[in-house]
Design a protein. Structure first.
Length: 368
């Protein structure tokens, strides 16, 4: 218990010394506020190092000052670039490579040897930068592949190659449109496809999505990729993921813009909103207020779809549902993403020639 209190006190002192943007020689993290009890990955790595002992106040100050001076020289992109360069030249164990990724601030977890399925119960949700847990995982399964949870540190554009086609023509189209910036790295996949690594923007999280017909997937929040030097069995041969190129000046990619380009919206004829439709929207608003805690996001999506079917545009849905959604505890970004997804879902479905359903249809759906 005493050690735990000393650990928390030391962590807070380091964070006060280094401020909110703490970068280190072997990785880069955003330090938590001084009042947080969550240790930063650099402190975890320090504590996990062989021969670690509790530091005195003097040595702690020196440690923090040294990390701060390193932080002025390095950025997250530089750290990721050097880590990927080291992994490309790496000829050691999977555990060592996993620790390299974790030290750079990337959350990792083990996957089935020669396969893509997670070995942990919760999959990418179990991903961590904690050195102790990572060592334990790979002590249990030394040949386990390395999964990186995307959306934090890295976003990945996955160019697939299948028997039915590949995504390279789509990639050329994206390049011509000027919406695919220089990637941090390009990694060859066992099937002959490519993973393009981009630094993620912490102020603009992007969700994972897939466009199978275009043979292009995006791995952001809620996704993961296998990382080099992982291997899989493809067509009877064991083939690995390999880093091909590196770029020292990458930029984040706009995954939402790519998705919009690859998903043309079919024109949909809408009718002016009637008073009846507005009353139906008010009923949906009251229904959202009554939704249970665990179902409020799904309820917002459902309500947004019903309003879109009535002819409300995206802004009209926001006008009706933003206030109640905020009142029940949903965040502004979550509301924005959910309403956009619902509106696009309805726009992409064939328009039914029902002459515009009345508010009684909405009332019936709400009662059900």
């Amino acid at each position: 218990m005493l050690d735990s209190r000393i650990f928390v006190a030391q962590t807070r002192m380091l964070q006060r010394i280094a401020g909110r943007n703490l970068t280190v020689a072997f990785g880069s993290v955003d330090a938590a506020p001084a009042y947080s009890r969550q240790p930063s990955p650099c402190v975890e790595a320090k504590l996990a190092a062989p021969g670690y002992r509790l530091m005195t106040r003097t040595s702690l100050l020196k440690f923090g000052a040294r990390r701060l001076s390193c932080g002025r020289r390095r950025t997250l992109i530089e750290t990721l670039h050097e880590t990927l360069s080291a992994v490309r030249a790496h000829d050691g164990t999977m555990r060592e490579a996993a620790l390299m990724y974790a030290a750079a601030g990337l959350d990792v977890f083990p996957c089935v040897p020669a396969g893509k399925q997670p070995l942990t119960t919760r999959g990418y949700r179990d991903a961590t930068t904690g050195a102790r847990r990572i060592r334990g995982w790979w002590a249990w399964k030394p040949e386990a592949n390395i999964g990186i949870a995307t959306g934090h540190g890295l976003d990945v554009l996955d160019i697939d190659v299948h028997a039915g086609g590949d995504g390279y023509r789509t990639l050329e189209r994206l390049h011509r449109a000027g919406i695919v910036p220089g990637a941090l790295a390009a990694a060859r996949t066992p099937s002959g496809g490519t993973h393009l690594y981009f630094p993620s923007d912490p102020d603009r999280p992007q969700q994972t999505w897939s466009r199978g017909t275009r043979h292009v997937d995006f791995r952001g929040t809620g996704g993961y990729v296998l990382a080099p030097p992982s291997t899989v069995i493809d067509q009877g041969r064991r083939t690995g993921y390999t880093i091909l190129t590196l770029n020292a000046r990458p930029r984040p990619v706009d995954g939402d813009r790519i998705r919009e380009l690859l998903t043309p919206i079919r024109p949909r004829v809408t009718t002016p909103r009637s008073d009846a439709a507005s009353r139906g929207g008010e009923e949906l608003t009251r229904w959202l207020f009554g939704a249970a805690d665990g179902n409020r996001n799904a309820s917002l999506f459902w309500a947004s779809c019903r309003l879109a079917e009535q002819g409300f545009d995206e802004q009209g849905i926001h006008d009706l549902l933003d206030r109640p959604a905020l009142a029940v505890g949903l965040g502004a970004r979550e509301i924005e993403a959910t309403i956009r997804s619902a509106w696009r879902t309805i726009q992409l479905t064939p328009a039914a020639d029902d002459g515009g359903r009345s508010s009684s249809a909405i009332r019936g759906a709400v009662r059900r």
